[in-house]
Design a protein around this ligand. Structure first.
Ligand SMILES: [Fe+2]
Length: 138
């Protein structure tokens, strides 16, 4: 579709776009609510949904701004990109925290094997010998 055709389409469907804007606000609030209640398993899925939803919404909005030669188009598009990049960073942060959780879990398991079930057992024997020696001395 050429610019003129898009322009006419947007003029004819301005209400439709306004409805889409309102929906994006409602959806952003819904996403925020879900994120507040999310656990580590659901968090990543919600972040993906937020990214996909706003990627699609921004494309639509940017197309309209371009069609109407909006003077702040570039800055507006940059703000969208920054939002998407932040979502990607949040997702990476989530991956990092998952890796960290797994590393800590591995460390804890090895601590159980090598220290709690290992070194701690060694001093037990030593203490027993000490206690036994003390009772003998009395
Ligand atoms: Fe926007």
């Amino acid at each position: 579709m050429d610019k003129k055709a898009w322009k006419k389409r947007y003029k004819d469907n301005l209400e439709e776009f306004e409805e889409l804007q309102k929906r994006s606000i409602r959806n952003a609030n819904r996403f925020a609510g879900r994120l507040e209640k999310a656990n580590t398993d659901t968090l990543l899925d919600i972040l993906m949904e937020v990214t996909d939803y706003f990627n699609a919404y921004f494309k639509h909005e940017e197309n309209m701004l371009r069609v109407f030669d909006y003077p702040e188009y570039k800055a507006h598009r940059e703000a969208h990109r920054s939002f998407i990049n932040n979502m990607i960073s949040f997702r990476r942060g989530h991956d990092e925290s998952r890796k960290l959780a797994k590393a800590v879990a591995r460390y804890l398991r090895s601590w159980v094997t090598h220290h709690l079930k290992g070194s701690d057992k060694s001093y037990e024997a030593f203490i027993r010998v000490q206690l036994f020696a003390k009772t003998k001395r009395r």
